[in-house]
Design a protein around this ligand. Structure first.
Ligand code: HEC
Length: 120
């Protein structure tokens, strides 16, 4: 049995398919992937699938409903956006994103915003 040959061939196919996937990913797809899976909980879980903002949780306080919201992040300046990602907050997890990843996220979110405006 030359089992190891099969194993070697299979792992070669597996590794090359991973590499192929990566190089065929467009900038848009890459940015979207990053938004949903930024090495931590996806931004979309709190900020909504296009950064439009969303209610994360609600609770009752003295009989009144109180909402905890993640703000819309599709209209910020690049500066505000980047700064928010490097400060720590009580509600938002801390991420360790590179500058280029932040830029991809920023363009993903503002691109959506621009196309929304264009449709109106
Ligand atoms: C667990 C929910 C949660 C997740 C996940 C999350 N955020 Fe937030 N984010 C918040 C909340 C709540 C705020 C507002 C309070 C604050 O600034 O901490 C916020 C604030 C921000 C702000 C500042 C908005 C402003 O107007 O100043 C930006 C930018 C931002 N988030 C981007 C992101 C990005 C990009 C990701 C993914 C890498 C992400 N967030 C993931 C909950 C979240």
């Amino acid at each position: 049995m030359r089992m190891w040959i099969y194993v070697a061939i299979l792992s070669w196919i597996f590794v090359s398919s991973l590499m192929a996937d990566e190089s065929f990913l467009s900038n848009d797809e890459y940015a979207k992937m990053l938004y949903k899976n930024p090495r931590g909980i996806g931004c979309d879980r709190c900020h909504g699938s296009n950064g439009e903002g969303k209610v994360i949780a609600s609770y009752l306080q003295n009989g009144k409903k109180v909402y905890i919201k993640a703000p819309a992040i599709d209209h910020l300046s690049m500066d505000v956006f980047k700064k928010a990602l490097s400060r720590s907050s009580r509600l938002m997890p801390e991420y360790f994103l590179t500058d280029s990843e932040k830029a991809y996220l920023y363009f993903y979110l503002t691109k959506n915003n621009l196309s929304k405006k264009a449709k109106k």
